[in-house]
Design a protein around this ligand. Structure first.
Ligand code: MF3
Ligand code: CO
Length: 248
């Protein structure tokens, strides 16, 4: 069941999502060769304390950290560790909080120092796919118009779209209906309505879309170990069109 949010609830979600965006920006600034992914996780927790919000992922389905840090071939759910970032890596940061009962969720992919042309292109195509998808998040469009926009943009640039993970409704829970796939034909699924709030999160791969989960039970990597990128925004559908909530 899809829970529609009142304007008052959307204001609450704007607050949680703005904090997520602010923390992601601070993490982006902290990214440099030599920093460990655990240090990034610690920074995210310090910032939560400062903002008086709770990290959303910690303990969710037993997830042991507050931040997901996915380097290079890691698609999503990379676990913070003693591993140090190095020049040329691309790193996706996925982060969420709960504030006053409502969730915020967003992700960015960031280059570490100078990166390859391919890495740069993958990052920009994935982010563009997110914005093309957001453009479809308006009343009367079908849910899969969002999915189609992502797939079309990624594939037009020779990349593939990860199928095993999806975007989602969000509100008083981190994951609500509907699921928002990143691929598929247009014109399918529910019609979008004012009051729906969804997290749109394209994951795009340089090579195959097939993924494998590592021994730790979390880390999702591309089967061919080529690069993947991930961007996510929480978006409210309003009469006037999409409103990106995960923005400072
Ligand atoms: N942004 C991811 C999602 O929406 C974060 C979930 S990671 C988990 O599914 F650790 F919390 F599971
Ligand atoms: Co999400």
């Amino acid at each position: 069941m899809i829970f529609l949010k009142s304007p008052w609830e959307i204001e609450k979600m704007r607050r949680s999502n703005a904090i997520v965006a602010e923390i992601l920006e601070a993490l982006r600034e902290a990214i440099k060769p030599g920093i460990t992914t655990l240090e990034l996780n610690e920074l995210s927790e310090e910032l939560c304390l400062k903002k008086k919000v709770r990290p959303a992922f910690k303990g969710y389905m037993g997830y042991p950290f507050s931040l997901c840090v996915s380097i290079n071939e890691v698609v999503v759910h990379g676990l913070p560790s003693q591993r140090r970032l190095k020049e040329g890596d691309i790193v996706s940061l996925d982060f969420g909080v709960i504030c006053d009962g409502y969730y915020g969720d967003a992700a960015i992919t960031v280059p570490v120092g100078r990166v390859s042309k391919m890495a740069k292109k993958l990052i920009s195509v994935t982010e563009e796919a997110l914005y093309k998808a957001i453009e479809q998040a308006r009343p009367k469009r079908h849910l899969s118009d969002i999915s189609f926009a992502i797939q079309r943009h990624a594939e037009a640039h020779g990349f593939s779209v990860i199928r095993q993970f999806v975007g989602h409704g969000i509100g008083r829970s981190l994951h609500e209906d509907p699921q928002v796939p990143n691929f598929g034909p247009p014109g399918r699924g529910v019609r979008l309505k004012p009051g729906m709030v969804i997290a749109i999160e394209p994951m795009v791969a340089e090579g195959t879309y097939e993924v494998e989960i590592l021994e730790d039970g979390w880390t999702a990597v591309t089967k061919d170990r080529k690069l993947a990128a991930h961007f996510e925004h929480t978006v409210a559908i309003t009469e006037d069109g999409p409103q990106i909530l995960s923005r400072v």
